[in-house]
Design a protein around this ligand. Sequence first.
Ligand code: CU
Length: 196
Amino acid sequence: MRFLTIRLVSIIAPLTLWLAPAALGQEEDTRTDTRTPVQFVALDECDPTTFNAALGPDFCKNVALAAVLPFATTLADLFSEAAAGTPDPSWDFEPDSVTIKKGTPIIVVNQGGEPHTFTEVAKFGGGFIPGLNGPGSPPAVPECAGTPMRPGFKDVTVARTRILQGSQLQVTGLSKGKHYFQCCIHPWMRVTVDVK
Ligand SMILES: [Cu+2]
């Protein structure tokens, strides 16, 4: 019996560790130190071949091992999945939500292969690429839309929330309460920050 218990634990424990990060997606900041930033990562699995053929060389710089393993998503698949209302879950901010103490800085690191934005919005909604906004193509939220003369990244207030591959963005000075951040390119990438 004892042998069985140990055997079971040795099987279940690593499995739990493996499942935990994916299942949670939610973190509470229990530290008392508010100087050390809380980190989010931006992830994607863009397929360099199809993305760069359409969007230009070096748009997608991914380490998804697309040539040998089926980790990457083609540009066409990304659009068709979004249009079907089942956007690609590999395009993601992790964790999805965090509770922090007022004064704690946030750092968002782009570990994906293509650019993203970390844009604070009053309410989650569409980004500035209609084809990625899902069924019915809801309009871009004001914080992502820019202006008619300067749509999307042409608007500096939108452009300054952009995070290029391998770079990071810091957010400080958030007031108490809930704050919502989304990607203005892939609007299903969403984060809620609750400042206590
Ligand atoms: Cu994005």
